[in-house]
Design a protein around this ligand. Structure first.
Ligand code: CP
Length: 302
């Protein structure tokens, strides 16, 4: 079975660091067409702006070509074709598959039947490993290191797949976590058990003010409306946090605010011009990180 990236646990700490180094190389020189002749399928069964377009840009900059469909309604899944059959067929056409799907575990299913590498571009509320690699790239760039940082994750820690992958990855780098969420959106127990087993310290708070001044990275997240089984529950928590510039008076000078985006009100626009805002640069690095991931899984690295 070819090597895929389904969960961030599929990469060792050493592989993660190699991807980050490789991404830095692509950022210095992004015109590299050594994948000329390769074809990559971008199968997005769920909406995306950043992930899809940065993957497609990455493929193009590497000299390969992209195939895909505008949305799920244009596929034979509407006629009842299974995900497994779709992946078996697409595997015949391409050298690599990038897939986003609303169902947790879908990427794992795809990799189990694919004859080419599969990259998980987000599966339900489960994992978003390429987001995590670009988050690590941003953290290393802004803090100069990954080791020994105070990370405060804020918002929807229950359904936020970017949170889940990042917690797993950062646990390799001796962090101290603060998890800021209302009780309804607490991080799932299995991630806390994983941190316990690795001896990683954490605390859980519900007021955003409680962890603002003691972190190096403030990782804000959107409340994931599309994952709630009950819209009344969503309405109760949708506006739970709103970070404004006036709240940043006592933060560490090197603190940086990150967000996987899109934001829908949890970061006020008056935060954007502050020296702490880093979410747009964070997303910008995604293309280089994805160039590095694609190259690595196709057997090229530099
Ligand atoms: N961060 C992220 O996954 O954004 P998109 O949903 O726009 O791809």
């Amino acid at each position: 079975m070819p090597k895929s990236l389904i969960s961030i646990q599929d990469f060792s700490k050493d592989e993660i660091l190699r991807i980050l180094d490789s991404a830095a190389g692509f950022e210095k020189d992004r015109e590299r067409d050594f994948l000329a002749g390769k074809v990559v399928a971008c199968l997005f069964f769920e909406p995306s702006t950043r992930t899809r377009l940065s993957f497609e840009a990455a493929v193009n900059r590497l000299g390969a070509r992209v195939i895909g469909f505008p949305d799920t309604r244009n596929t034979s899944q509407t006629k009842g074709e299974t995900l497994e059959d779709t992946i078996r067929i697409v595997s015949n056409y391409v050298d690599l598959i990038v897939m986003r799907h609303p169902m947790a575990g879908a990427a794992d299913i795809a990799a189990s039947v694919a004859s080419v590498p599969v990259i998980n571009a987000g599966d339900g509320a489960n994992q978003h490993p390429t987001q995590t690699l670009l988050d690590l790239y941003a953290i290393k760039k802004t803090q100069g290191r990954l080791e020994g940082l105070d990370i405060n994750m804020v918002g929807d820690l229950k359904y936020g797949r970017a949170v889940h992958s990042l917690v797993e990855a950062m646990s390799w780098f001796s962090p101290r976590f603060t998890f800021t969420s209302p009780e309804e959106l607490n991080i799932p127990r299995k991630y806390l058990e994983m941190l316990d087993s690795r001896g990683v310290p954490y605390r859980q708070v519900s007021r955003i003010e409680d962890g603002l001044n003691e972190c190096d990275i403030l990782y804000m997240t959107r409340v994931q409306q599309e994952r709630f089984p009950d819209m009344e529950e969503y309405e109760k928590v949708k506006d739970v946090y709103r970070l404004t510039a006036s709240m940043l008076g006592g933060v560490r000078p090197g603190m940086r605010i990150m967000h996987p985006l899109p934001r829908v009100g949890e970061i006020a626009e008056d935060v954007d011009p502050t020296p702490y805002a880093y979410y747009f640069q964070e997303a910008g690095g995604g293309m280089y990180v994805r160039m590095a991931i694609i190259s690595y899984l196709l057997g090229y690295s530099f």
